[in-house]
Design a protein around this ligand. Structure first.
Ligand SMILES: Cc1cc2nc3c(=O)[nH]c(=O)nc-3n(C[C@H](O)[C@H](O)[C@H](O)COP(=O)(O)O)c2cc1C
Length: 214
């Protein structure tokens, strides 16, 4: 039976805004879930053995290659087995937590999740990305153009030449406003962004559920 694959990458546990907004999705989600918490259980970085294992006949794998290939295969099977995806990926240093990049490097594999001739097996599957950020990145703000997380993940997860997921993004912004006195005037904007994110996440659970059931 198909499931929702929920990949979590915030290091902040229950205090994470991304995780709290993801909870609004999960509360409305009616179906099986496989949850992988990369903060609690990080996957290894892609090693030299992990790369050479991809282009070497399994019968000729060294012990290191066999071990690295087994790690990749488990993550790839888990990814391909899902019918829908929820990614909880906060902004760290204008980009993503390295734990999420390590996971991506393990699962992005030609002949498995990537197919440059026929397109990916996951093409069109519904996916939601929830990404909290301390600042604001909307047009007209000083940070506009410095978000290297959402545009990157929209390419890697959503482009038809990569994983081809049908991706919707939710970005609760200005999460540092209640903690940074210099940002105090932005608290109302943060609260509005957060409320909208929770509402959007709940609605998306129903939309994704309908698409997954088709
Ligand atoms: C290591 C680290 C780096 C961060 N870098 C940025 C950044 O570049 N831009 C930004 O707007 N916020 C940055 N923040 C703030 C986080 O994006 C913000 O706290 C957000 O709420 C984190 O998501 P979470 O609450 O789901 O953990 C950073 C936070 C941490 C811990």
């Amino acid at each position: 039976m198909s499931y929702l694959l929920h990949i979590d990458a915030s290091s902040l546990g229950d205090a994470s805004i991304s995780r709290q907004v993801a909870q609004s999705f999960r509360t409305q989600w009616d179906g099986p879930v496989v949850h992988r918490d990369l903060a609690l259980s990080p996957v290894p970085h892609l090693s030299a053995a992990g790369i050479t294992a991809r282009i070497t006949d399994p019968a000729r794998h060294t012990p290191e290659e066999a071990k690295a290939a087994a790690v990749q295969q488990e993550l790839i099977d888990e990814f391909l087995g899902a019918g829908a995806y929820l990614f909880t990926v906060p902004m760290y240093n204008y980009s993503m937590p390295s734990s999420f990049k390590a996971w991506l490097d393990q699962i992005m594999a030609q002949g498995h999740t990537l197919d440059f001739v026929n397109g990916p097996a996951t093409a069109g599957r519904p996916a939601v990305l929830i990404s909290a950020r301390g600042g604001g990145y909307a047009p007209g703000t000083p940070n506009h153009g410095k978000d290297h997380l959402v545009p990157y993940l929209e390419t890697v997860l959503g482009d038809p030449h990569t994983l081809g997921l049908d991706l919707t993004t939710v970005t609760p912004e200005l999460t540092l406003a209640p903690h940074n006195p210099a940002m105090a005037p932005l608290i109302p904007l943060h609260e509005a962004s957060l409320a909208e994110a929770h509402e959007q996440a709940g609605r998306l659970a129903e939309t994704v559920g309908r698409k997954t059931a088709v």
